[in-house]
Design a protein. Structure first.
Length: 475
């Protein structure tokens, strides 16, 4: 089976250098040639077209978090320009909308203090993969939806930043790779956000809707105070943009030492990213809890589709889920901060599948409502289905643009477009925006886009008064 391993040891944070076609060099600078459409200026330099750089135009500059792939870019779903640039509707792009194959991405902090956690990952990985490819709604039939595995190991040790990376198409290669990782003492805080970003920019083979698992016991050294001003371009915002475009689902498995201050930005950023991307964060107390989470929680992420998400709840919650078929399983994951001493609530009438110090997972069938009750402190919840029915929903500032992104820009009139997958035939759809039970904006009804042959076929009336939108994520 194929696998590719890369490693590096440098004296600064990793900065990816991406290449296009190789540059010919026969030992004579005069024989070097421009690539990627470059025009010779002299024997030493080339004039490069847009989105290409380097002395001989050897570096492709992908837009919108595309990933360099020889002389072009692998783009997020819906984007198909050579460099993932803005495009109109014609022709529609169907080539990269298939989400039936996805990636599993592991981001692993290579500190010596992580030894037991990495061993727990190795011990649990095969079983987790065996379960995550089973559909509970079809009698546990196995469907190998995993296109590939990507592993990115990293550590900052004094002035040395070390990385190692792998792309493979089988679990055994991943387990072997994890077992051969070299661990280092490492700094107290680690560049975790940069690692999350980099891991999703390495290989053009990466698929959308990836399950991204991040393992660390350290605060993020590259965290900054929360800001909704995206011109800041801090690492938290960049991770968020990648997740929105590539539809990745991030779960942080955090094995902090006891007594860590969860209010500091380096720790709180994991919660903020989980909230913004509707992902998860687990505060684990032991490697045994990590094994339990991998075997019994992450293992249920077979095409996970959220139906309700809430963070920092302190009252009982009622969720009204809509399943694809009567009798489909409904899963509800509850988590809390390590600093919260109160116990997690219950889901009335549901089966408890897994439980740890700071998490619980429940499953239920044939339930019209999911009642989360007996809450005694702050908690987070995520109710989800195993479903191949999904949507791609984007905003943009110009209806002539085919595809956009998941971010509303305050003060700018925003158009919203949508593409559905798997749902039975329908006549129309509506959407509204709610926050804390209150309406942020009124309900809008969809219409077929006036441009023919759009990738995103449906649209909604423009959102004009976007200043009414509260800055930050909406759950």
């Amino acid at each position: 089976m194929r696998s590719h391993v890369f490693s590096a040891s440098v004296f600064s944070l990793l900065c990816i250098s991406v290449g296009g076609k190789g540059v010919e060099n026969n030992g004579n600078d005069n024989e070097q040639q421009c690539v990627n459409g470059g025009t010779p200026v002299n024997s030493s330099y080339c004039q490069c077209p847009a989105y290409v750089g380097g002395r001989f135009c050897e570096t492709v500059k992908c837009q919108r978090w595309g990933i360099p792939d020889k002389d072009r870019c692998a783009c997020a779903p819906g984007w198909y320009d050579k460099y993932c640039g803005i495009r109109g509707c014609r022709p529609p792009n169907e080539d990269n909308l298939d989400h039936s194959k996805r990636s599993i991405i592991l981001v692993v902090n290579m500190k010596t203090s992580m030894k037991e956690q990495i061993e727990a990952l190795r011990n649990s990985f095969k079983q987790m993969i065996g379960e995550i490819t089973k559909s509970w709604n079809t009698g546990n039939n196995t469907e190998n939806w995993i296109e590939n595995y990507i592993v990115y190991g990293f550590v900052q040790d004094n002035q040395n930043a070390k990385q190692t990376q792998l792309v493979a198409d089988n679990a055994d290669d991943v387990i072997s790779f994890l077992g051969n990782m070299t661990l280092y003492k490492g700094d107290d805080a680690q560049p975790v956000l940069n690692a999350v970003k980099t891991a999703q920019q390495l290989f053009p083979q990466m698929k959308s809707h990836s399950v991204v698992l991040v393992f660390t016991d350290s605060p993020a050294s590259d965290a900054t105070p929360w800001s909704h001003r995206f011109e800041d371009r801090n690492n938290e915002q960049l991770c968020l943009q990648i997740s929105f475009l590539w539809r990745s689902k991030i779960s942080f498995i955090l094995s902090f030492p006891s007594g860590i201050d969860t209010d500091k930005d380096g720790v709180d950023v994991y919660k903020r990213l989980s909230l913004s991307t509707h992902g998860d964060y687990f505060h684990v107390n032991s490697s045994a809890e990590t094994e339990d989470i991998l075997k019994n929680v992450i293992s249920t992420y077979f095409f996970p589709e959220n139906v309700a998400v809430g963070f920092d709840q302190n009252e009982d919650v009622v969720v009204v889920p809509t399943v694809d078929q009567v009798g489909d399983w409904i899963l509800t994951l509850l988590t809390k901060d390590a600093s919260t001493a109160d116990s997690l609530p219950e889901v009335a009438g549901a089966i408890l599948l897994a439980q740890g110090t700071n998490y619980k997972l429940f499953a239920a069938k044939f339930m019209a409502i999911i009642s989360i009750s007996n809450s005694k402190g702050k908690f987070n919840f995520r109710t989800f289905l195993q479903s191949k029915n999904t949507i791609l929903f984007d905003y943009n500032s110009d209806m002539a643009i085919d595809v956009g992104n998941g971010i509303v820009h305050l003060g700018v009139t925003m158009h919203s477009t949508i593409r559905t997958f798997g749902f039975p035939q329908f006549n129309n759809m509506t959407y509204r925006v709610m926050q804390n039970g209150k309406k942020v904006r009124e309900e809008y009804v969809a219409f077929r886009r006036p441009q023919e042959d759009c990738t995103f076929e449906w649209a909604f009336q423009p959102w004009v008064n976007t200043n009414d939108c509260p800055p930050g994520p909406i759950t």
